[in-house]
Design a protein around this ligand. Structure first.
Ligand code: PLP
Length: 347
């Protein structure tokens, strides 16, 4: 596909000569090799050597899992790191903007602010769907990336696939579809659209359904030219060996992950049913993720009361159209029992 990625990135970075990490030079060879290139401690522990900067073994496994080529994959220290990278790599500080669709995941705005990049906001409709005409109208030459998390955080719902496709087709710049909760969704991933739309990027994470939030591993999928660009501007060893090894192990346990997802979805349904008869809960919004957004009578008070009962939830009420809401993750069955009991006891 003929595609000029350079118009989407900061021209200043085109001439950047990337840091060559010691292990980049190593292309494999006749064993045994002697590594005297990186000033490591040669006495062996599981982590005395630097990790592979390009994570080749893990990317190969992820490529076959996702049905993509290795050169369409970028791995990051959680999706959070990729979100920062894409803003830093594509937006000129003080000139360019990102676009977000509030209520939305908070890190997009925080990252943009950290890099001195402006933020254009086009709120979701009242039923938390994309307002495609308003988005296309608001986008201008300074708009470099729009962030579309689906299922969305904090609202928990999925966006209509047709609207997402319309948006990608009409948007003048990059569309980053953040699929952090895709394993819980009835919508399929949009990674199959990557070959049609070079302005599309998709990110997923090992932090949610994959159960590895503590290891920090994000996956981004995009046109190979973007991936090669991101590889040039990343920290040399952005993923550590322990994370790489844990992910390789987790990839072999997908039956277990699928089973956990099934259980969490069943628990989500149980919570939804229980919430329907809890007086302080006025509404439970439809969820396609592993959490629920509920409207309560008084979110500040109920948040505090739950805290006093030893239950920590999230109060996203300061987001547009989220007045008096709480965001509640689906926990283990016994944790959900405690939650139901605590909420039922509030009057
Ligand atoms: C929509 C969305 N994207 C990304 C992330 C961050 O993922 P990671 O843990 O991979 O940085 C989150 C975390 O809550 C999220 O809700």
């Amino acid at each position: 596909m003929k595609f000029d990625y350079t118009k989407y990135i900061r021209t200043y970075l085109l001439s950047l000569k990337p840091y060559r990490s010691a292990r980049d030079e190593y292309k494999g060879g006749k064993s045994p090799m002697v590594f005297l290139d990186a000033n490591e401690n040669p006495f062996e522990t599981p982590v005395n050597r630097y990790p592979d900067p390009m994570q080749r073994v893990l990317k190969k496994e992820i490529a076959s899992w996702k049905g993509l080529d290795v050169n369409q994959i970028y791995l990051s220290n959680g999706s959070d790191e990729f979100i920062s990278q894409v803003i830093m790599g594509c937006c000129e500080p003080g000139i360019d903007n990102i676009m977000i669709v509030p209520p939305t995941f908070g890190m997009y705005e925080v990252s943009a602010k950290m890099f001195g990049v402006g933020i254009q906001k086009v709120p979701l409709t009242s039923n938390f769907q994309l307002d495609v005409p308003a988005i296309l109208k608001a986008a201008d030459t300074t708009t470099k990336i729009i962030f579309i998390p689906t299922p969305n955080n904090p609202t928990a719902n999925r966006f209509d696939l047709h609207s997402i496709e319309q948006l990608i087709q009409g948007f003048p710049s990059l569309v980053l579809v953040d699929e952090a909760y895709v394993e819980f969704s009835t919508n399929p991933s949009v990674i199959s659209w990557l070959s049609k739309y070079p302005n599309l990027m998709v990110c997923q994470t090992f932090s949610k359904a994959q159960g590895m939030a503590g290891a920090r591993l994000g996956m981004a999928f995009a046109h190979p030219d973007f991936i090669s660009f991101f590889n040039r501007i990343k920290a040399p060893y952005n993923l550590n060996s322990m994370t790489i090894n844990a992910a390789l192990k987790r990839l072999k346990e997908q039956d277990k992950v699928n089973e956990q997802v099934r259980l969490l979805l069943a628990e989500r349904e149980r919570l939804e049913k229980a919430f329907a008869s809890i007086p302080i809960i006025l509404k439970c919004f439809p969820s396609d993720a592993n959490f629920l957004l509920v409207r309560v009578d008084d979110s500040t008070r109920r948040y505090q009361e739950l805290l006093e009962k030893g239950i920590v939830v999230r109060n996203p009420s300061n987001n547009v159209n989220c007045e008096n809401t709480l965001r509640i993750s689906v926990g283990l069955p016994e944790e959900n029992d405690r939650l139901i009991e605590a909420l039922s006891s509030l009057s």
